[in-house]
Ligand binder design. Sequence first.
Ligand SMILES: [Zn+2]
Length: 241
Amino acid sequence: MDRPIVSDIDLKMMERCVELARTAGRHGEFPFASLVCNGEGIVSEALNRVDRDADVTRHAELVAVSEAQRVLGRNDLSDCTIYSTVEPCAMCSFPIRETRISRVVFALRSPLMGGFSKFGILQDARMSDVMPEFFGDPPEIVGGVLVREVEKAWRNCNPLVWAVIRYRGCFNGNPAGDACVHQHSSGRARRFNWRQIAHRIISKAPRRRGSSVEVPAFEGRPNSQAEQPSVVNARPGGGGD
Ligand SMILES: [Zn+2]
């Protein structure tokens, strides 16, 4: 039997997310919260720490992903799901792909800043097709879970800020209140081997006389210029006598 789009575990984890978001609001942060879970177990949980740490990179998702890697002692989180009150932004979406997290579950969509709705990072298959050593397959995306609860947490945190956010269309929920899902069709396990990749590149490179591998010309430039190394930040007098 197929796994339901939103399981009881998903609902339980999102309820915990909403609880954390309310706590964030009480600590002067915006009500963003995130969990990284392995099955029924919570590996890490985080609030936004932007205001507390005076650091704009301390988004709840980044803090949770960082902590999950520390707790598990590995950077492959392919057996994990990340839960968030709001769709992860572009900055948070790259570490999700790099750690190979396989599911992303959230409440509110982020059409202005979202790594899924706006920038397409979470569903981009080309990254993992071309560089499977660094990026996992696009995760399953489940949005619209506990939308009303998360909206209420935002409204209670700061009604004016929430009104502006709504007016500008920064975040929104599924009007029907139902979860929506985006699944990547590949699902195949990837194997990679640096030796094989290097061999393929070398064997496909065109050869020329007197050189083992031809250096292609940059577009719009003669080949002789392309082969000249560029000098950046050279020290004065570094050319010698
Ligand atoms: Zn973010």
